[in-house]
Design a protein around this ligand. Structure first.
Ligand code: PLP
Length: 384
């Protein structure tokens, strides 16, 4: 049988593959420490879980409008109208099966075959594959995204830009000056923007993340904001994300969704509503405090490891050290897993060979044990 050349050209998700491999080894009885997780290690807060249970008991279990229940779209529109100081209505909102699905819908709705889309480096694993799956061409400058790269890409015909701050995999948060430059450069082009804000509430610097729409509000006409409840409310398995875009883009994205998945899970939408309405804000801030402490813990442990360099992450739950002497991190990570039972993700998955990603969405014990194994492995490898 012949398959789609486009789909055959896609790479599997290295992050999901490695997390699955670590789980499998653990199940088979091996002593594995996994610092691969892209999800909180907390249960969904009770007020949210209870809203889900109530939805089942009240029979809210049928199809909903394919773009989501009105109550949730209203709550999302209200939250982001306040947050971004832009007047959003429910018609700007599409609720999807996780932020990932929103991203795929928006990219698919904006990209024509051969269109170039500018991506940051390091990038989240799925961006290039999503662009390719839509027939587009990812353009990934060596040195990340800045005003100059945006203008060059636009001159070369790029139609869109995808940004993600705080970044997965690096936890990077741009400065206000940097973000203003990005916003000004985009305003000088006709490029659309997707701002993947899934980690927006996990920020450890004063003042939060500078947002492109804070500097150039008029860009809201061609900027889609994507976020969701997965990371902030420990709801990764519920699969609810949302996007806010102009009416046309939202409508197209909604049509695409209607012909593929229909609505996201009705029960999850009612649970997500409780989250967006602030019913679990206490639990949310407790989880935030834990991540913040774990960020400090892993950074202080890693500062004692030789042969690596890293920037202190300012958001999300990842740290992204550069290994001084490695240029095949996929192999490095597979040996680390085999020999030490420590699972981490190779930087090659994020377009950054020579780096590895360690998640600190793990218990203090696992973080301590993980860094001890990492340190021991490097010592033996380099005889230091
Ligand atoms: C940068 C980034 N965007 C989007 C997503 C997808 O989030 P969701 O689980 O809501 O689909 C993830 C999840 O790992 C992510 O890291």
């Amino acid at each position: 049988m012949k398959y789609s050349r486009t789909i055959v050209s896609l790479s599997p998700s290295a992050t999901l593959q490695l997390s699955a491999k670590a789980k499998e080894l653990k199940k088979s009885g091996r002593d594995i420490v996994s610092l691969t997780a892209g999800e909180p290690d907390f249960p969904t807060p009770d007020p949210i879980a209870e809203a889900g249970i109530r939805a089942i008991k009240e029979g809210k279990t049928g199809y909903t409008a394919s773009t989501g229940i009105t109550e949730l779209k209203e709550a999302v529109a209200e939250r982001y109208s306040i947050r971004r100081n832009i007047s959003y209505t429910p018609e700007n909102v599409v609720v999807s099966c996780g932020a990932k699905h929103n991203l795929a819908n928006l990219i698919r709705s904006a990209v024509n075959p051969g269109d170039m889309v500018l991506l940051p480096r390091p990038y989240w694993v799925s961006y290039p594959e999503m662009v390719k799956a839509s027939g587009g061409i990812p353009v990934i400058p060596e040195k990340g995204i800045n005003a100059e790269e945006i203008l060059i890409a636009a001159d070369n015909g790029a139609v869109g830009l995808l940004i993600n701050y705080p970044s997965n995999p690096s936890g990077y948060v741009p400065s206000e000056v940097e973000m203003k430059d990005i916003a000004d450069a985009v305003a000088d082009t006709e490029m659309w923007v997707i701002s993947d804000d899934i980690y927006e509430d996990l920020v450890y610097v004063e003042g939060g993340v500078p947002h492109i729409l804070d500097y150039r509000q008029e860009l809201s006409e061609r900027t889609a904001v994507v976020s969701g409840v997965s990371k902030t409310y420990a709801m990764t398995g519920w699969r609810i994300g949302y996007a806010l875009a102009n009416y046309e883009w939202s409508k197209l994205s909604g049509i695409l969704q209607a012909h593929s998945t229909s609505n996201p899970c009705s029960i999850s939408q009612w649970a997500a509503l409780a989250a967006v309405e602030g019913k679990a804000d206490k639990e949310k801030s407790e989880m935030y405090s834990s991540f913040r402490k774990r960020r400090d813990l892993i950074c202080s442990l890693l500062s004692d490891v030789d042969n690596i360099e890293f920037d202190r992450p300012e958001g999300a739950f990842y740290v992204f050290p550069r290994l001084d002497a490695e240029n095949d991190t996929a192999r490095f990570c597979s040996e680390l897993l085999e020999e030490e039972g420590l699972a981490v993700i190779p930087g090659s998955a994020f377009g950054a060979e020579g780096y590895i990603r360690l998640s600190f969405a793990a218990s203090d014990d696992d973080i301590r044990e993980g860094v001890t194994r990492f340190k021991g492995f490097l010592r033996r490898r380099y005889n230091t």
